[in-house]
Design a protein around this ligand. Structure first.
Ligand SMILES: Cc1ncc(COP(=O)(O)O)c(C=O)c1O
Length: 368
C-alpha cells in the first residue's frame, strides 16, 4: 500500500491536491505590549468607517436573526449606477478573493492551466491548487525598479489548456501597474475562450494617467472580468464583500457558484453606505496617495531602489535580509509583511506609522 492510501485508510479520503497546498499567511497583527504599534502588514485602510457606514451596520445588526438578501438587490442597483454597468454584469462574493475562487470553480479543473505573474497575490496559487488546475507562474520583469507583469511572456505561456489568466493590476506586493496600451495589446493576444481576470483590488489608489480602468476594457471583451473590493480603499476588510464585473455568461456562472447568503446584510448595507460617501472616500484615498508619494520619495532619498507603487503599499526587495528587516520594524512598533528571501511589503498607514517605517528603513540602509 502506498503512503497516500495508508493515510486514507485511517480516515475519510481527502483530495490529494490539498496535501501540499500552501497556507494563506495573514499579515501579522500589530505587536502587543510596546509603547506604540501599528499594523502595516495587510494593506488595510487606517481610517475608521466612512460617514453613515457604522449607523447602517448597527441598524442592520438588529435583524441578523434573518438571512441576508440572497440577490443583493439594492447593492447591485447601487453598484450598477455608481460604475455605469448593467446589474446583470455584476456578481458579489465574500471578498474579491471569494469571487476569484468562484471564477476558478466556473472555469478550471484537473488538466487545465491557470496563468499568473509571480510574485503576485499569494491567494492565486492556493485557490488554483484547490481547483485541481495547474499553476503556470510567469516571473515579473523589469528589474528592481519596476517589478511588473511580463505580459508578452504571459501571452506566450497560453496553451490550449489555459482556462484563466490573473492580471493583478496594480500588482500585490510590488505595487507596479500596467499602462493601458500594454494591457490592450496583451488582451488582443488572448484567445476568446480564455478568461482574463483583471484583479483591481487597489484601483482607487492609481494616479498614473497611463493606466486604464478595467471597466473600460471589459465592455467590448466578453472574456475579461474585473475584480474589485470594498476591503481596501473603502475600509471594509472585516465585512468581506467584493464584486466582479463581467459579461453575462461569466457573471451568471458566478451567481451559480456563490455560497448561498455568503455576503451578510451588514456587509451589503456597509457597501451601499460607502458608495454614498464618495467625497469622504476620495479625501481619504487622496491623503493615502500623498503619504505614498512622501514615503517613496524618502525611501529613494535614503538610497533604496523602490518600484513605483500605484497601490496603498510599497515594496522593498531585501533578499536575505528580509526577515531581519521585518524583525527590526516590529521592534520599532510596526509590523510589515515579509516574503522570506524576497522582500517586504509595507502598507501605507497613518503618518506616525509611516514615519516609524521610514526611520527603520533609514537605519537599516546605513548598516547595509
Ligand atoms: C490583489 C488582491 N486581490 C484581492 C484581494 C482580496 O481582498 P478581499 O478578499 O478582502 O476583497 C487582495 C487582498 O489583499 C489583494 O491584494
Amino acid at each position: 500500500m502506498s503512503d497516500k492510501s495508508e493515510r486514507s485508510a485511517g480516515g475519510p479520503r481527502l483530495r490529494e491536491v490539498l496535501e501540499d497546498i500552501p497556507s494563506y499567511k495573514p499579515g501579522r497583527p500589530a505587536a502587543a505590549g510596546g509603547p506604540v504599534s501599528y499594523k502595516l502588514s495587510s494593506n488595510e485602510n487606517p481610517y475608521p468607517p466612512l460617514p453613515g457606514v457604522l449607523e447602517s451596520v448597527t441598524s442592520a445588526a438588529a435583524s441578523f436573526n434573518r438571512y441576508p438578501d440572497l440577490a443583493c438587490t439594492e447593492l447591485y442597483a447601487q453598484l450598477a449606477e455608481h460604475f455605469g454597468v448593467p446589474a446583470a454584469h455584476l456578481a458579489t462574493g465574500t471578498g474579491s478573493v471569494g469571487v476569484a475562487q468562484q471564477l476558478l470553480q466556473a472555469t478550471a479543473g484537473p488538466g487545465d492551466e491557470v496563468i499568473y505573474a509571480w510574485r503576485s497575490f499569494e491567494a492565486y496559487p492556493i485557490i488554483t491548487q484547490i481547483s485541481g488546475a495547474a499553476s503556470v507562474r510567469v516571473p515579473l520583469t523589469g528589474g528592481a525598479e519596476s517589478e511588473a507583469h511580463d505580459l508578452d511572456a504571459m501571452a506566450d505561456a497560453i496553451t490550449d489548456r489555459t482556462r484563466l489568466v490573473f492580471v493583478c493590476n496594480p500588482n500585490n506586493p510590488t505595487g507596479a501597474a500596467l499602462p493601458g496600451a500594454e494591457l490592450e495589446r496583451f488582451l488582443d493576444r488572448v484567445p476568446d475562450e480564455v478568461l482574463v481576470v483583471l484583479d483591481e483590488a487597489y484601483r482607487e489608489f492609481v494616479r498614473d494617467e497611463r493606466m486604464v480602468d478595467g471597466l473600460e476594457l471589459y465592455r467590448d471583451r466578453p472574456n475579461v472580468c474585473v475584480l474589485r473590493t470594498f476591503s481596501k480603499a473603502y475600509g471594509l476588510a472585516g465585512l468581506r464583500v467584493g464584486f466582479a464585473v463581467a459579461h453575462e455568461p461569466v457573471a451568471a456562472a458566478l451567481r451559480k457558484t456563490a455560497v448561498p447568503f455568503g455576503v451578510s446584510q451588514l456587509a451589503q448595507e456597509a457597501a451601499i453606505a460607502s458608495l454614498r460617501s464618495e467625497d469622504a472616500l476620495q479625501e481619504r484615498v487622496e491623503a493615502l496617495v500623498k503619504e505614498r508619494t512622501r514615503v517613496l520619495a524618502e525611501l529613494r532619498g535614503q538610497g533604496w531602489t523602490v518600484p513605483e507603487s500605484q497601490a496603498n503599499f510599497v515594496w522593498l526587495r531585501l533578499g536575505e535580509r528580509t526577515s531581519a528587516f521585518a524583525e527590526r520594524a516590529e521592534e520599532a512598533g510596526v509590523t510589515v509583511r515579509p516574503f522570506a528571501g524576497e522582500g517586504v511589503r509595507v502598507t501605507i498607514g497613518e503618518t506616525a506609522a509611516n514615519d516609524i517605517f521610514l526611520q527603520v528603513a533609514a537605519a537599516f540602509r546605513k548598516e547595509a
